[in-house]
Write a protein that binds this ligand. Sequence first.
Ligand code: MGD
Ligand code: MGD
Ligand code: SF4
Ligand code: MO
Length: 663
Amino acid sequence: MKTCTSVCPYDCPDACGLVVTVDGGRVVSVAGDKSHPFTRGTLCPKMAHYERTVHSPRRLTTPLKRIGPKGSGQFAPISWDQALAEIAGTWKAIIAEAGAEAILPYSYAGTMGIVQHDALHGLFYRLGASELDRTICAPAKGRGFKDVMGNTMPTAPQAAQDSDCIFLWSIHMLATNIHFHHDVEAARAKGAVVWCIDAYRNKTADLADHFIAVRPGTDGALALGMMHVLDRDGLADEAFLDRNVLGWEDLKKNVLSKYTPEKTQGITGVPADVIVELAHAYGRARAPFIRLGSGQSRYRNGAMTTRLITCLPAVVGAWGKQGAGLLTSASASKAYDKEIVTHSDWKQPGKRVVNMCCLGQALTGDDRIRSLFVYSSNPACTAPDQNQVLKGLCRDDLFTVVHERFMTDTARYADIVLPATTSLEHDDAYYSYGNYTIQCGYAAIPPVGQSRSNWRVACDLAHAMGIDDDFYDCSERDLVEALAASTTKWPLPVDQQRLSQGLPTPLPMPDDYQTRFATPSGKIEIYNAALTPALPDYLPLAEDDGTLAFVNGPDMRILDSSFNERDELTASHTMDLFVHPDDAARYGLQDGQTVTLANERGQADFTVVISKRTVPGQVVSEGVWWRERVKGQGASVNVLTSQRLTDEGAGSTFYDVRVSIVP
Ligand SMILES: Nc1nc2c(c(=O)[nH]1)N[C@H]1C(S)=C(S)[C@@H](COP(=O)(O)OP(=O)(O)OC[C@H]3O[C@@H](n4cnc5c(=O)[nH]c(N)nc54)[C@H](O)[C@@H]3O)O[C@H]1N2
Ligand SMILES: Nc1nc2c(c(=O)[nH]1)N[C@H]1C(S)=C(S)[C@@H](COP(=O)(O)OP(=O)(O)OC[C@H]3O[C@@H](n4cnc5c(=O)[nH]c(N)nc54)[C@H](O)[C@@H]3O)O[C@H]1N2
Ligand code: SF4
Ligand SMILES: [Mo]
């Protein structure tokens, strides 16, 4: 029996520190690291039994070759040498015939470790393949914050412990950021009041003091309505605004005047008196703290919405006050020089760029991709417009390779499947995007079966494709060490000893990180001359056409489609649909019955849960489920979602969806 430290590799803002117990080459248990400044010794329900994922009987253990129709899941085992030879042979033929841009890599954040996440980027740049714009998560949120604050570092979550008024805005904290709950409760113990602003009353809302249901995609108008009241009622910090902010007078005159509480109620559905109460709570707080999630940004106006919410702390002069601030995403990744792995110097100019939210179009449109290499992602399940993605994956003239830990929806459509390691079988360097901690994790057990890490596969494929470069002689350990060494450039000295020992390493924060505004003007830019429009204003969604809004939030038991392999977590209640009692009566729906939702892209079956968690005119489901976990024809939520992109950042619009109930 031995124990070692590691890091949770998943796409979760907490990036927890793990203590792993190993016996005879098997992981027997995993616990939260007490010495981690955010994990503080606990894990979420998903990771509390990570060993069940690592040693799952569902793990892929050998390379596989397809022997049945695409999607049938019929495969025969082959050797790694055979698999690599087949991939290299097919790619060479495609390159000779159609050029390397006919090959598309597709990956996202199955693991957040920098080495494995970016391992294959250099290879595809060298080949001259099509490039993937990795926009599926929340680039609009990043852009909206940057439009106002530039590269200013968002507030550390632990600061909220000293807040007297916390806003959980569009974040399902208990599912997606569970360790922030500790900071929220610490503040509450000192009297802080908690507000939750969401499209529906999720379980996080249950623990807040006040819940506000906002009409989906209208938070930008809500922020404007709040600013209107802050100005009207003398709660704006005019001295702070004068000194630090561009555009406040312009905004007041040209934009805010329109957003009276009554007008804002008409857009957002939030009663006018509640908007006034909300603005007063924010404006009168000594130290208001906003934790902003991504939900609000996954609409066609997502960047503008985030831009408007980001104006709020400037209006009340929250920046720099102890306990106050705004956390969108922490910028801890900047501690590393990722180029060590990414090798963007190998990018070739003018290559086609495919937006990952538009995979369906890329596979079925005129300018077709001939080979798709998928790793660390499950687009047949998680990408929008599932029917179009599946239509593309069914093409007989598409050569698909999937590097995976499990037989996912996507792997089922592969010509070749390659088995991947889990994070406890390879080395990596990690950072958090929800707190300012970094950490390295080293393999705790040997690879399960014949699985290979992304880095190993990058080296194997580079050699098979005849790319001769010293880079591919590096071990993953070398890359982790180089990344760790690169953190000496962080604004303040990082504890190199802790980092190299694989211990959670807090990034020291400069005293003035909340008051040195890293924008081109050095001021907070409510007015941003580089943008059109230079002054932010609410961008309306499509007119209400009498259909239902469809919000599909995160589920506590899974993470995107990861953890669907765990039968004990996912056995029941996968495609539940919250329907308000008024809508249930209107459509004649009973609790527990199957209901079909449809729109122009397709239709999917859900189980009705009549509930006041949602509001009339809006239905809600939680989780992105594997097709085998879904009723009927195997249509998951993404049959209903759209490839439409956001206003800035070309991001996904997963929650900007209208549906009808099929009678
Ligand atoms: N358990 C679990 N954890 C996860 C994930 C998961 O799927 N499950 N996913 C991981 C990933 S990849 C990410 S990016 C993060 C995302 O984590 P979050 O930042 O929490 O974001 P979302 O999952 O997009 O949704 C959060 C909330 O936004 C709400 N929402 C939707 N539309 C609106 C709106 O217009 N206005 C407002 N105010 N609220 C709205 C949803 O109802 C939901 O409750 O979580 C990560 N962690
Ligand atoms: N309807 C709807 N759809 C959504 C969302 C939503 O809220 N609603 N959320 C969206 C968001 S925010 C995101 S970020 C995307 C994420 O979508 P995906 O990128 O598809 O993420 P996962 O579903 O977690 O799938 C990651 C896969 O990587 C594999 N994997 C893990 N580690 C490794 C490794 O080291 N190597 C290899 N080769 N594979 C590995 C896992 O087994 C898993 O199958 O989903 C999006 N899709
Ligand atoms: S809370 Fe997030 S980072 Fe922590 S163990 Fe769970 S999934 Fe991993
Ligand atoms: Mo995400």
